[in-house]
Design a protein around this ligand. Sequence first.
Ligand SMILES: NC(=O)c1ccc[n+]([C@@H]2O[C@H](COP(=O)([O-])OP(=O)(O)OC[C@H]3O[C@@H](n4cnc5c(N)ncnc54)[C@H](OP(=O)(O)O)[C@@H]3O)[C@@H](O)[C@H]2O)c1
Length: 318
Amino acid sequence: MANGLFVPLSTGFLLAHLVEHALTSRILLISWWTTGSPAGRQVMQQVVTGATSGIGRAYAEELAKRGLDIVLISRSEDKLRSVAKEIESRYKRQTHVIQTDFTEGHSIYSAIAKQLEGLEIGILVNNVGMNYIGVLANFLDVPDPDQRITQVINCNTLSVTQMSRLVLPGMLEREKGLIINISSEAASQPQPMLSVYSATKIFVTYFSRCLHAEYSSKGITVQCVVPFVVSTNMTHNVPVNPMVKSAASFAREALNTVGYTSYTSGCLTHALQHFALSIFFPGWLRLSSFCVQRMATFAQSIEPHLKERMAETKNKQD
Ligand SMILES: NC(=O)c1ccc[n+]([C@@H]2O[C@H](COP(=O)([O-])OP(=O)(O)OC[C@H]3O[C@@H](n4cnc5c(N)ncnc54)[C@H](OP(=O)(O)O)[C@@H]3O)[C@@H](O)[C@H]2O)c1
């Protein structure tokens, strides 16, 4: 009897879980919308933070490809100029660059506001983000935690809130606007050995969902994007494979979900990985001391390899 019930019950459970995910739009609606966001069609400038490499650069290029002008914000003046030049020549769009360092805290936002003055911002992509350290590590096992903690919090959370504060009033006046906030799968469950990063990303998720609830009736869409692994400098340019997306294809698929969902993994393969992990690697297991110990052993074993890759990435950037 018990065995007879097990199969239908577990199938029912799986189906219910799938439907729940589909209803909350974690299973994505690819390619239904490819011509740019409705908000983007009639406005002049789109702002992308952390736009000189990885996912941010890919968003900037994809928006330009769809016919939009871009304001690129990042920390390195040289990289900004070179990415802007490339976008202008490749996509024939206008660009504007703002150099800033988001780790510096609240003092940078008045200068950013001044440089955005007079621009009608249609889309803001709050992409900039950094990890606590390039490898998995316990909270205190990071060089210079005193500075590093503040830098990660400033870069990952203050940037999202302050940049949203700067562009929202204009969007509300025009009753039109899109804010895309890049969170992370590391926020879907508490992630030991990425504690500060994981905590800042759940901040981004909750902030985005609250903002969407507050302003969607006023014409503003706030979309929270929750990627799994994308091949970028942050992930030491891990090779692209069926589970790991390239930044370009991730941004393309993720942008195609705008208008359909305010909370998304960004692409189908990441949504499926999230689904599988939530079933086979639930929060209680992830947080168990057994798992944390295994993770620490694994982190130690891959550390030399990761450090090598970090050095390679740094050399390439230099
Ligand atoms: N890659 C993934 O697998 C993954 C997964 C989930 C979520 N995410 C999130 O996606 C976002 C982008 O990540 P990514 O992998 O594309 O990272 P990335 O390749 O390291 O690129 C980060 C971008 O932000 C800029 N930046 C970094 N720190 C900055 C600062 N303090 N001030 C101003 N600009 C700064 C970088 O400029 P420089 O070119 O000067 O370094 C670069 O343009 C992050 O929020 C990350 O948390 C990434």
